[in-house]
Design a protein around this ligand. Structure first.
Ligand SMILES: Nc1ncnc2c1ncn2[C@@H]1O[C@H](COP(=O)(O)OP(=O)(O)OP(=O)(O)O)[C@@H](O)[C@H]1O
Ligand SMILES: [Mg+2]
Length: 293
Protein backbone atom coordinates (compact mmCIF):
# COMPACT_ATOMS: atom_id res chain seq x y z
CA UNK A 1 0.00 0.00 0.00
CA UNK A 2 1.22 3.47 -0.89
CA UNK A 3 2.17 5.63 2.09
CA UNK A 4 0.34 8.62 0.61
CA UNK A 5 -3.37 8.51 -0.08
CA UNK A 6 -4.69 10.39 -3.07
CA UNK A 7 -8.42 10.90 -3.28
CA UNK A 8 -9.68 13.07 -6.14
CA UNK A 9 -13.05 14.64 -6.98
CA UNK A 10 -15.73 12.59 -8.78
CA UNK A 11 -15.11 12.34 -12.52
CA UNK A 12 -16.98 10.83 -15.44
CA UNK A 13 -16.80 7.06 -15.18
CA UNK A 14 -16.51 7.11 -11.37
CA UNK A 15 -18.65 4.53 -9.49
CA UNK A 16 -22.41 5.14 -9.20
CA UNK A 17 -24.20 5.72 -5.90
CA UNK A 18 -25.23 2.08 -5.60
CA UNK A 19 -21.66 0.93 -6.37
CA UNK A 20 -20.35 3.30 -3.71
CA UNK A 21 -22.93 2.01 -1.21
CA UNK A 22 -21.88 -1.57 -1.96
CA UNK A 23 -18.21 -0.60 -1.53
CA UNK A 24 -19.03 1.04 1.82
CA UNK A 25 -20.94 -2.03 2.98
CA UNK A 26 -17.95 -4.19 2.00
CA UNK A 27 -15.65 -1.82 3.88
CA UNK A 28 -17.91 -1.99 6.98
CA UNK A 29 -17.66 -5.77 6.85
CA UNK A 30 -13.85 -5.60 6.55
CA UNK A 31 -13.74 -3.32 9.61
CA UNK A 32 -16.04 -5.67 11.52
CA UNK A 33 -13.85 -8.67 10.61
CA UNK A 34 -10.64 -6.87 11.48
CA UNK A 35 -12.00 -5.75 14.86
CA UNK A 36 -13.71 -9.02 15.69
CA UNK A 37 -10.70 -10.09 17.75
CA UNK A 38 -10.70 -6.87 19.80
CA UNK A 39 -12.67 -7.14 23.00
CA UNK A 40 -13.05 -3.53 24.23
CA UNK A 41 -12.84 -0.37 22.14
CA UNK A 42 -12.55 3.12 23.60
CA UNK A 43 -12.61 6.44 21.80
CA UNK A 44 -10.80 9.19 23.72
CA UNK A 45 -12.45 12.49 22.86
CA UNK A 46 -13.24 16.02 24.00
CA UNK A 47 -14.98 19.04 22.61
CA UNK A 48 -11.92 21.17 23.29
CA UNK A 49 -8.35 21.16 22.02
CA UNK A 50 -5.29 20.77 24.21
CA UNK A 51 -7.02 19.24 27.23
CA UNK A 52 -4.83 16.12 27.08
CA UNK A 53 -6.66 13.57 24.89
CA UNK A 54 -3.48 12.27 23.27
CA UNK A 55 -1.67 12.12 26.62
CA UNK A 56 -4.61 10.29 28.18
CA UNK A 57 -4.89 7.85 25.24
CA UNK A 58 -1.14 7.08 25.30
CA UNK A 59 -0.95 6.75 29.08
CA UNK A 60 -4.11 4.64 29.39
CA UNK A 61 -2.75 2.33 26.67
CA UNK A 62 0.61 2.12 28.44
CA UNK A 63 -0.97 1.53 31.86
CA UNK A 64 -3.28 -1.19 30.51
CA UNK A 65 -0.41 -2.93 28.73
CA UNK A 66 1.75 -2.74 31.87
CA UNK A 67 -0.98 -4.71 33.66
CA UNK A 68 -0.63 -7.48 31.12
CA UNK A 69 -3.49 -6.59 28.77
CA UNK A 70 -2.92 -6.78 25.00
CA UNK A 71 -3.50 -3.25 23.77
CA UNK A 72 -3.73 -1.42 20.45
CA UNK A 73 -3.41 2.35 20.23
CA UNK A 74 -4.82 4.01 17.11
CA UNK A 75 -4.54 7.69 16.22
CA UNK A 76 -7.26 9.00 13.89
CA UNK A 77 -6.23 12.66 14.18
CA UNK A 78 -5.49 13.56 10.54
CA UNK A 79 -4.60 17.16 11.24
CA UNK A 80 -2.38 16.68 14.27
CA UNK A 81 -1.37 13.04 14.69
CA UNK A 82 0.54 13.32 17.97
CA UNK A 83 0.64 9.72 19.14
CA UNK A 84 3.88 8.84 17.28
CA UNK A 85 5.56 11.99 18.60
CA UNK A 86 4.49 11.47 22.21
CA UNK A 87 5.77 7.87 22.11
CA UNK A 88 8.93 8.72 20.22
CA UNK A 89 7.94 6.55 17.25
CA UNK A 90 8.99 7.07 13.66
CA UNK A 91 7.62 5.32 10.57
CA UNK A 92 4.57 3.88 12.31
CA UNK A 93 3.03 2.52 9.13
CA UNK A 94 3.98 -0.96 8.07
CA UNK A 95 2.31 -2.53 5.06
CA UNK A 96 1.97 -6.29 5.11
CA UNK A 97 2.21 -8.50 2.02
CA UNK A 98 -1.52 -8.54 1.28
CA UNK A 99 -1.74 -4.77 1.41
CA UNK A 100 -3.25 -4.54 4.92
CA UNK A 101 -1.53 -2.30 7.46
CA UNK A 102 0.03 -3.99 10.45
CA UNK A 103 0.48 -1.85 13.57
CA UNK A 104 3.95 -1.38 14.96
CA UNK A 105 4.87 -3.20 18.17
CA UNK A 106 5.78 -0.59 20.78
CA UNK A 107 6.36 -2.85 23.77
CA UNK A 108 5.54 -6.44 24.63
CA UNK A 109 1.80 -5.81 24.96
CA UNK A 110 1.27 -2.60 23.02
CA UNK A 111 0.90 -1.97 19.28
CA UNK A 112 0.50 1.46 17.73
CA UNK A 113 -0.79 2.83 14.43
CA UNK A 114 -1.38 6.41 13.32
CA UNK A 115 -3.44 7.79 10.45
CA UNK A 116 -0.70 10.41 10.22
CA UNK A 117 1.50 7.83 8.59
CA UNK A 118 -0.86 7.83 5.62
CA UNK A 119 -1.04 11.58 5.22
CA UNK A 120 2.37 11.93 3.58
CA UNK A 121 4.71 14.77 4.55
CA UNK A 122 4.03 15.56 8.23
CA UNK A 123 5.01 19.21 7.73
CA UNK A 124 2.35 19.81 5.08
CA UNK A 125 -1.06 20.97 6.29
CA UNK A 126 -3.74 18.40 5.59
CA UNK A 127 -6.72 20.07 3.94
CA UNK A 128 -9.10 17.16 3.45
CA UNK A 129 -12.57 18.06 4.58
CA UNK A 130 -16.02 16.50 5.03
CA UNK A 131 -16.68 13.43 2.88
CA UNK A 132 -13.07 13.13 1.67
CA UNK A 133 -11.78 13.14 5.21
CA UNK A 134 -14.40 10.61 6.18
CA UNK A 135 -13.29 8.39 3.31
CA UNK A 136 -9.62 8.61 4.32
CA UNK A 137 -10.38 7.70 7.93
CA UNK A 138 -12.71 4.85 6.94
CA UNK A 139 -10.06 3.54 4.55
CA UNK A 140 -7.46 3.77 7.29
CA UNK A 141 -9.61 1.99 9.89
CA UNK A 142 -10.56 -0.75 7.42
CA UNK A 143 -6.95 -1.20 6.30
CA UNK A 144 -5.51 -1.91 9.75
CA UNK A 145 -5.22 -5.56 10.61
CA UNK A 146 -5.43 -6.04 14.38
CA UNK A 147 -4.70 -9.35 16.01
CA UNK A 148 -6.25 -10.50 19.26
CA UNK A 149 -6.50 -7.52 21.61
CA UNK A 150 -8.05 -6.90 25.01
CA UNK A 151 -8.29 -3.15 24.43
CA UNK A 152 -8.17 -0.76 21.51
CA UNK A 153 -7.69 2.88 22.50
CA UNK A 154 -8.47 5.43 19.79
CA UNK A 155 -7.18 9.00 19.98
CA UNK A 156 -9.21 11.64 18.14
CA UNK A 157 -8.79 15.35 17.41
CA UNK A 158 -10.76 17.99 19.35
CA UNK A 159 -14.42 18.55 18.65
CA UNK A 160 -17.28 16.46 17.44
CA UNK A 161 -16.42 16.44 13.74
CA UNK A 162 -15.58 13.87 11.08
CA UNK A 163 -13.13 11.74 13.07
CA UNK A 164 -15.26 10.85 16.12
CA UNK A 165 -18.28 10.59 13.82
CA UNK A 166 -16.46 8.11 11.56
CA UNK A 167 -15.40 6.05 14.57
CA UNK A 168 -18.97 6.09 15.94
CA UNK A 169 -20.31 4.95 12.56
CA UNK A 170 -17.70 2.35 11.70
CA UNK A 171 -17.02 0.95 15.18
CA UNK A 172 -20.49 1.00 16.72
CA UNK A 173 -19.43 -0.81 19.91
CA UNK A 174 -16.71 1.77 20.74
CA UNK A 175 -17.33 3.58 24.03
CA UNK A 176 -16.37 7.17 24.69
CA UNK A 177 -13.89 8.33 27.31
CA UNK A 178 -14.33 12.10 27.52
CA UNK A 179 -11.38 14.19 28.71
CA UNK A 180 -11.71 17.62 30.24
CA UNK A 181 -9.84 20.14 32.31
CA UNK A 182 -11.45 21.33 35.54
CA UNK A 183 -12.30 24.92 34.65
CA UNK A 184 -15.81 26.06 33.73
CA UNK A 185 -14.76 27.10 30.21
CA UNK A 186 -13.96 23.46 29.32
CA UNK A 187 -17.08 22.06 30.88
CA UNK A 188 -19.40 23.57 28.26
CA UNK A 189 -17.46 21.51 25.72
CA UNK A 190 -17.94 18.38 27.81
CA UNK A 191 -21.67 18.90 27.59
CA UNK A 192 -21.33 19.13 23.79
CA UNK A 193 -19.34 15.87 23.73
CA UNK A 194 -21.97 14.18 25.87
CA UNK A 195 -24.73 15.38 23.56
CA UNK A 196 -22.72 14.19 20.53
CA UNK A 197 -22.45 10.70 22.06
CA UNK A 198 -26.17 10.65 22.76
CA UNK A 199 -26.94 11.73 19.17
CA UNK A 200 -24.73 9.07 17.57
CA UNK A 201 -25.75 6.53 20.24
CA UNK A 202 -22.22 5.96 21.47
CA UNK A 203 -22.06 4.67 25.03
CA UNK A 204 -20.14 6.99 27.36
CA UNK A 205 -17.75 4.96 29.45
CA UNK A 206 -16.78 7.92 31.61
CA UNK A 207 -15.11 11.26 32.11
CA UNK A 208 -11.49 11.99 33.08
CA UNK A 209 -10.50 15.32 34.59
CA UNK A 210 -6.96 16.08 33.39
CA UNK A 211 -4.54 18.72 34.71
CA UNK A 212 -6.56 18.65 37.89
CA UNK A 213 -4.71 20.36 40.73
CA UNK A 214 -1.02 21.13 40.88
CA UNK A 215 1.43 20.63 43.71
CA UNK A 216 4.33 23.11 43.63
CA UNK A 217 7.52 21.05 43.18
CA UNK A 218 9.44 23.64 45.24
CA UNK A 219 7.27 24.29 48.27
CA UNK A 220 5.02 21.21 48.09
CA UNK A 221 1.87 23.32 48.47
CA UNK A 222 -1.18 22.72 46.25
CA UNK A 223 -1.70 25.56 43.76
CA UNK A 224 -5.15 26.20 42.32
CA UNK A 225 -4.04 26.64 38.70
CA UNK A 226 -7.04 25.41 36.72
CA UNK A 227 -9.04 24.46 39.81
CA UNK A 228 -10.21 20.98 40.57
CA UNK A 229 -13.51 19.09 40.72
CA UNK A 230 -15.28 20.70 37.75
CA UNK A 231 -15.21 17.45 35.78
CA UNK A 232 -16.57 15.47 38.72
CA UNK A 233 -19.43 17.93 39.21
CA UNK A 234 -20.29 17.91 35.48
CA UNK A 235 -20.20 14.11 35.34
CA UNK A 236 -22.57 13.98 38.33
CA UNK A 237 -24.86 16.64 36.84
CA UNK A 238 -24.95 14.92 33.42
CA UNK A 239 -25.30 11.48 34.98
CA UNK A 240 -22.20 9.88 33.45
CA UNK A 241 -19.49 7.89 35.28
CA UNK A 242 -16.48 9.80 36.61
CA UNK A 243 -13.27 7.82 36.05
CA UNK A 244 -10.77 9.97 37.94
CA UNK A 245 -8.46 12.98 38.07
CA UNK A 246 -4.96 13.28 36.62
CA UNK A 247 -2.90 16.00 38.32
CA UNK A 248 -0.95 18.55 36.34
CA UNK A 249 2.69 17.53 36.16
CA UNK A 250 5.24 19.62 34.21
CA UNK A 251 7.31 16.44 33.74
CA UNK A 252 4.55 15.17 31.47
CA UNK A 253 5.22 17.99 29.00
CA UNK A 254 8.94 17.22 29.07
CA UNK A 255 8.36 13.51 28.48
CA UNK A 256 5.91 14.17 25.62
CA UNK A 257 8.30 16.58 23.92
CA UNK A 258 11.17 14.13 24.29
CA UNK A 259 9.04 11.20 23.08
CA UNK A 260 9.70 9.27 26.28
CA UNK A 261 6.91 7.24 27.88
CA UNK A 262 5.98 9.22 31.00
CA UNK A 263 5.06 6.20 33.11
CA UNK A 264 8.32 4.43 32.44
CA UNK A 265 10.25 7.57 33.39
CA UNK A 266 8.17 8.46 36.45
CA UNK A 267 6.61 5.24 37.78
CA UNK A 268 6.07 6.70 41.28
CA UNK A 269 4.55 10.04 40.31
CA UNK A 270 1.04 11.06 41.41
CA UNK A 271 -0.11 11.14 37.76
CA UNK A 272 1.12 7.57 37.17
CA UNK A 273 -0.75 6.46 40.30
CA UNK A 274 -3.86 8.26 39.07
CA UNK A 275 -3.62 6.51 35.68
CA UNK A 276 -3.17 3.17 37.41
CA UNK A 277 -6.32 3.76 39.47
CA UNK A 278 -8.33 4.66 36.36
CA UNK A 279 -7.06 1.61 34.53
CA UNK A 280 -7.95 -0.61 37.50
CA UNK A 281 -11.44 0.86 37.26
CA UNK A 282 -11.61 0.20 33.50
CA UNK A 283 -10.42 -3.41 33.87
CA UNK A 284 -12.67 -3.96 36.89
CA UNK A 285 -15.75 -2.55 35.17
CA UNK A 286 -15.23 -4.66 32.09
CA UNK A 287 -14.59 -7.77 34.19
CA UNK A 288 -17.76 -7.20 36.22
CA UNK A 289 -19.81 -6.80 33.04
CA UNK A 290 -18.38 -10.00 31.55
CA UNK A 291 -19.13 -11.92 34.75
CA UNK A 292 -22.69 -10.56 34.81
CA UNK A 293 -23.33 -11.39 31.14
N1 LIG B 1 -1.61 16.01 33.33
C1 LIG B 1 -0.81 16.80 32.62
N2 LIG B 1 0.13 17.57 33.24
C2 LIG B 1 0.94 18.39 32.53
N3 LIG B 1 0.90 18.51 31.21
C3 LIG B 1 0.00 17.79 30.54
C4 LIG B 1 -0.91 16.89 31.19
N4 LIG B 1 -1.69 16.31 30.25
C5 LIG B 1 -1.29 16.81 29.07
N5 LIG B 1 -0.29 17.69 29.24
C6 LIG B 1 0.41 18.48 28.19
O1 LIG B 1 -0.56 19.36 27.60
C7 LIG B 1 -0.30 19.50 26.22
C8 LIG B 1 -1.53 19.09 25.43
O2 LIG B 1 -1.75 17.71 25.64
P1 LIG B 1 -2.27 16.76 24.50
O3 LIG B 1 -1.50 16.94 23.24
O4 LIG B 1 -2.36 15.39 25.08
O5 LIG B 1 -3.73 17.38 24.32
P2 LIG B 1 -4.81 17.07 23.19
O6 LIG B 1 -6.15 17.25 23.85
O7 LIG B 1 -4.55 15.75 22.58
O8 LIG B 1 -4.52 18.21 22.16
P3 LIG B 1 -5.16 18.35 20.68
O9 LIG B 1 -6.56 18.84 20.92
O10 LIG B 1 -4.29 19.34 20.02
O11 LIG B 1 -5.15 16.99 20.06
C9 LIG B 1 0.93 18.65 25.91
O12 LIG B 1 2.06 19.45 25.96
C10 LIG B 1 0.94 17.65 27.06
O13 LIG B 1 2.24 17.16 27.34
MG1 LIG C 1 -4.26 15.24 20.52
Amino acid sequence: MSKTLRISKKKKGDPSLSERKAAMAAQDQTIKDSLSLVEHKFLVMSGKGGVGKTSVAANLATALSRRGAKVGLMDVDLHGPDIPRILGLKGVLEASVDGRITPKPYSENLEVISVGSMAGDPDKAVIWRGPLKLQVIRQFISGVQWGKLDYLIIDSPPGTGDEPLTVAQTIPDAKAIIVTMPQEMCLDDVRKSINFCKTVKMEIFGLIENMSGFVCPHCGKPIDLFGTGGGFRTAAAMNIPFLGRIPLDPKMVKSADAGEPYMEEYPDSEATKAYDQIVARIMGAERTKTQMA
